[in-house]
Design a binder for this molecule. Structure first.
Ligand SMILES: [Zn+2]
Length: 240
């Protein structure tokens, strides 16, 4: 199977929080999309492993993913070691994504920069024929970093205004993790599960939407610079 976009997250819900609007838009436009988590989120304060897996399934259906799955690298202890990179090399070769989304390489949770290194290095290593996984070598065309807790100056912002309700539904699928009115009673309180956090992530999407003259946006960064083909098509519709 060949995917247009494969997003890697350290934990279930990382990609949904940062980039699900972009994945939903891409799937609507006919792209094949997928999410792989490096861990199963076993260190999470709330929710069982089974609950987190079924939340991931529900969110994947809402996002229209062609593929989703979990690796079993150690939550809380992600390390850019050989075995972790090889696990991601196998995923990249199995799904041959043109574009890979990954966490930014500077972030608050130590698993996020570790995941960034694992995925970035694996994307290169996947193209080396002499690394034998029994699969043909393959290297993605582009790596794109998404934003979790710590901010960065984005290379570009994707307008997600038209899919914001689908993104809200995908996030609410994670009812043990995020704020869902009237749910997860009895679970210990966490910042991620607070109503305040929910307001913050929507405020951030509004902030980045505003920067491109839209209602809601998701920011991304690439190494290097982007080519623009058509100035009028790219900038002519903006109302700043
Ligand atoms: Zn995370």
């Amino acid at each position: 199977m060949s995917l247009d976009i494969l997003a890697f997250g350290a934990h279930p819900d990382d990609v949904e929080l940062a980039a699900s609007g972009t994945l939903i838009r891409a799937a609507r436009a006919g792209a094949s999309t997928g999410i792989m988590t490096l861990t199963r989120g076993e260190m999470g304060t709330r929710g069982t492993l089974a609950a987190r897996a079924s939340e991931f399934d529900a969110a994947a259906a809402i996002m229209g993913l062609a593929h989703h799955g979990m690796l079993s690298l150690p939550d809380g202890w992600l390390t850019p070691d050989r075995e972790s990179k090889l696990a991601v090399v196998r995923e990249i070769r199995a799904h041959r994504p043109r574009i890979v989304l990954l966490p930014h390489d500077e972030d608050r949770h130590p698993d996020h920069p570790a995941a960034a290194r694992i995925v970035e290095e694996a994307a290169f290593l996947a193209g080396l024929a002499k690394i034998d996984t029994g699969q043909p070598p393959y290297r993605p065309a582009q790596l794109i970093f998404y934003m979790s807790t710590w901010e960065f100056a984005p290379s570009f912002i994707v307008d997600i205004s038209d899919v914001i309700e689908e993104k809200r539904r995908a996030l609410r699928a994670y009812s043990t993790q995020v704020f869902v009115p009237g749910q997860a009673a009895g679970e210990p309180p966490t910042f991620i599960a607070s109503e305040h956090f929910q307001e913050l992530i929507f405020a951030r999407m509004e902030h980045y939407g505003h920067l491109i003259g839209r209602k809601y946006g998701e920011p991304f960064r690439i190494r290097g610079v982007m080519e623009v083909d058509d100035l009028v098509a790219t900038f002519g519709g903006r109302t700043l």
